[in-house]
Design a protein around this ligand. Sequence first.
Ligand code: AMP
Ligand code: GLY
Length: 421
Amino acid sequence: MNILILGSGGREHALAWAVKQNPKCDRLVVAPGNAGMAEIAECASLDIMDGGAVCAFCEAQSIDFVIIGPEAPLAAGVADRLRDAGILCFGPSAAAAQLEASKAFTKEICDASGAPTAAYARFTNAAEARAYVEAQGAPIVIKADGLAAGKGVIVAMSVAEATAAVDDMLGGAFGEAGAEVVIEEFMEGEEASFFVLSDGKNVLPIGTAQDHKRAYDGDEGPNTGGMGAYSPAPVMTDAVTARALAEIVQPTVDEMAKRGMPYQGVLYAGFMIKDGAPRLVEYNVRFGDPECQVLMMRLGAQALDVMLACARGELDRAQVNWADDHALTVVMAAKGYPGSYEKGTAIGGLEGLPEDSKNMVFHAGTARKDGTLIATGGRVLNVTARGETLAEARDRAYAMVDQIDWPEGFVRRDIGWRALP
Ligand code: AMP
Ligand code: GLY
């Protein structure tokens, strides 16, 4: 079959890498793609936010299956347009994508389905929000309702910090996304991510992971999109996973179906886990980046089979064959990220690195210029390895990092610390 993947990050390179290994994939097209994806797929220039343009492209190119990587085209209804046109597609409708696009909507779904999450209140009025913060005290969490590129959450350690965040958000710092704020109880515990596929009715778990959001070693520095990840997450024991499915994920999927907005695609649940009890922090309606890189490393070619079963509504007949393995990815980012950084710097040393089922460098912000690989974004490479133990995966990933010649880049040296002795 002919397959189109929308997106250009490390997440989409990992998806492309897994899909390409499956013999069902005859032709692989990515839009817009990056230098790494260009080595295994055709890159098409296409406005991935424009559902009409994506449909027209699929019809002209005889595309049989579309995998949508990022949240923005999902929230914009690209999956709806594809399904209306009769094109098989992996990714939720715009209505279902509200689980990521509106924090207030997600809270409403939790209330209706009884899923454990932080206590909260919603505000559009700054004076009322400030009064609530003062009554509750700190620590407290302030969230812009809408999509804010990962920057719309302030975990405030003092009332002053919380009221400043309220003023900022309701004052327009995030535009429409901040027109309403959700103020939440601060939850203590250990965070982990859980990924399931849902076809609207059935749910298939496809792995757990932990991310490293801060820029520097020891979880210091500013928040980023993620500086590394590993899978599985030891805190997601079988017992915690079973509770998460029964108390949070399946009730959400059931509630969405009841509301006439069945959830089809990957549902990424972020949990806070304390004393074996998971509570929902947030949902995302796409794979995590860089969590997808470690999930794809572990799933390999079967990723396409389960995504197809998901899109066709046949997840009750699908399964994942797990190896008893671990995967870890280290993000190489441009010095200065997540603030300002230089673009166009040259990257060397990738040619000698292994590329196989245990070692892969997934590209994010890269391009080729006159044959040279250059950095074009903040997060640039995802150096990923799989092993029988997490320590083995970590050692191999860092051995590859050390062979990459990119003086303008940096990595965290402690990816996996929580799960390693
Ligand atoms: P979110 O975008 O909702 O995942 O929030 C970003 C990060 O803020 C999460 O990964 C948590 O580390 C933290 N966070 C969000 N909500 C809470 C909460 N209610 N209690 C504690 N930490 C939170
Ligand atoms: N790595 C976090 C995310 O993709 O949201």
